[in-house]
Design a protein around this ligand. Structure first.
Ligand code: MG
Length: 252
């Protein structure tokens, strides 16, 4: 999709947008796959486990898929600390490692609670706030999510976690929870995320408009429909949403 086309697409619908909601990790908080793998390496160091961190991470993700279909059609809600402890327990057992699954899960939570925001995030949220309600929707437990937002001084009109909604993206239920928290129709919310299945497919299935922040030039899976907007960074969103002629009240 050319950048011209994404501008054109958004201009067609931006007049109806009343709120912009963001995914957290990988979108406003700078914590991505290499950070998860580095965290796995730190867990191995701390627990003196002889394992390859990238392999541990791959197995951990496979366990997430097997146990609760994370990032798939019908994900099963559970708290992340419980889910992660179960995944670590499974992976440690398979690799015959004498690891402590709960200690590992709590360490991962700590890393997410202390992860840094992208440097531009706060200014962009502030700029959007003059025209839109600004929300956050994340697959996360409240404790580490709220600690992370507080630590980075990121403020939102509404924060929806999977723990609060009792549902995990891409389940439309979590997006419906967001819409009712904002008292808005789903189609008047633009959801901004980095991960195609939970963010783009999930948001779209619930009737939201969706924007893809594709910093790492990922390929879009075939089953995920094209987003309404595609950008390479949060900065690129701003002229689209607050630039000349867009983001204003609809003309009669
Ligand atoms: Mg994300």
């Amino acid at each position: 999709m050319s950048s011209n086309k994404s501008v054109k697409n958004l201009c067609l619908s931006v007049a109806d947008i009343r709120a912009v909601a963001f995914d957290c990790y990988g979108t406003v908080i700078d914590f991505n796959q290499p950070d998860f793998i580095a965290t796995m390496a730190e867990i191995c160091d701390r627990q003196r486990l002889d394992a390859d961190a990238a392999d541990l991470w791959r197995r951990f993700l496979r366990a997430a898929l097997a146990f609760r279909a994370e990032n798939h059609e019908r994900p099963v809600y559970s708290r992340y600390d419980e889910a992660w402890a179960r995944q670590f327990e499974h992976v440690f057992k398979r690799l015959r490692l004498e690891g402590d699954p709960w200690q590992a899960a709590l360490y991962l939570k700590e890393k997410l609670a202390t992860a840094p925001a992208y440097p531009e995030a706060r200014d962009i949220l502030d700029a959007l706030r003059s025209r839109y309600r600004v929300a956050l929707l994340s697959n996360a437990d409240d404790d580490f999510l709220l600690a992370c937002l507080e630590r980075n001084s990121l403020h939102f009109d509404t924060v929806v976690s999977s723990e609060r909604a009792g549902a995990i993206k891409p389940d439309p239920a979590i997006f419906r929870h967001l819409a009712s928290s904002l008292a808005l129709t789903p189609s008047s919310i633009l959801y901004v995320g980095d991960n195609p299945v939970p963010d783009l497919l999930g948001g779209r299935q619930a009737g939201l408009k969706v924007a893809w922040v594709n910093r790492f030039r990922l390929r879009r899976p075939r089953r995920v429909p094209p987003p309404d907007v595609k950008v390479a960074s949060l900065q690129e969103l701003l002229p689209l949403l607050c630039g000349s002629g867009v983001g204003q009240e609809p003309q009669p």
